[in-house]
Design a protein around this ligand. Sequence first.
Ligand code: C2E
Ligand code: MG
Ligand code: MG
Ligand code: MG
Length: 285
Amino acid sequence: RAKSAGGNRFELADAEADARAITRHGLTTALPAALERGEFFIEYQPLVHLGDGSVRGAEALVRWLHPQHGVLGPDRFIPLAEHTGLIVPLGRWVLEQSVRQARAWRERHDAAGPLRINVNLSPCQLTHPGLVQDTVDILERAGVAPDALCLEVTESALIGADDDLLKPLRRLAEMGVDIALDDFGTGYSNLANLRRLPVSVLKLDRSFTQSMQRFPADPVDLKIVEGIVALAHSLDLAVTVEGVETGAQAEQLRILGCDTAQGWYYARPGPPERLHELALVDAAG
Ligand code: C2E
Ligand code: MG
Ligand code: MG
Ligand code: MG
């Protein structure tokens, strides 16, 4: 009996694996048409200055409104799009939409200073030869200055990066585009390597923020964040923290010297109008 129960379990596990593989395959083949049909949309999550609580900009986060499966998060389809190369046109679409959105915010909201836009870049986009020209064209078409844009690249994408890979990022940085190192602290962070990278922002991974949840926070975690912030600031990098879910975390991270924060405590990712409202309330208050 034990054997047959075990057998059933394996069959079940196999069936689940099959279902996942089928979905993966189905999603992968549906991606190009989804882009053409306009099934992707972007949510924006505010970036808040820890010192004064003002909204400084937002990160663009792509979603897929799938006709059968409903709203799918990027973790479900970005890896598939990377695998097939669709990430290049998809990423370009996200950049264009986001930059145009930044322009629209600016038109309605210039009193409180320009809202900046952060856009995630996948490693495949980095190696695509059109990246710099596409970005220049998109900014020009929208009439947005390069310094209103921040491109987020994960630390792992730049590990062991040679000069060829860094060249396009350097050119963008020279134009005034900010480059952020996303999910910092999750990979094999090579702190000495930071000097070589054309980055101006460190985005501390959510795992650091989570360790601030406990009270009192682990003193070693506090020291680590304090050390990273000191190093970042000494290299002229701004520090953004992700995943701030409570006021206590925000306060702790502010005391530790972090510059900007993002997380559910301030707002979940949402439609562009929501960001406009948050920024307006902020400017009035
Ligand atoms: P990321 O760039 O590190 O983005 C932050 C993720 O943390 C987002 O997940 C966001 O919704 C989530 N988050 C924000 N605040 C909180 C919080 O307080 N608590 C928790 N638990 N989570 C929070 P999301 O939207 O699912 O995106 C996941 C990842 O997908 C992103 O991680 C990014 O790497 C990737 N991604 C999203 N949009 C794009 C895109 O347009 N292009 C590329 N290449 N990647 C994208
Ligand atoms: Mg990001
Ligand atoms: Mg991140
Ligand atoms: Mg992350």
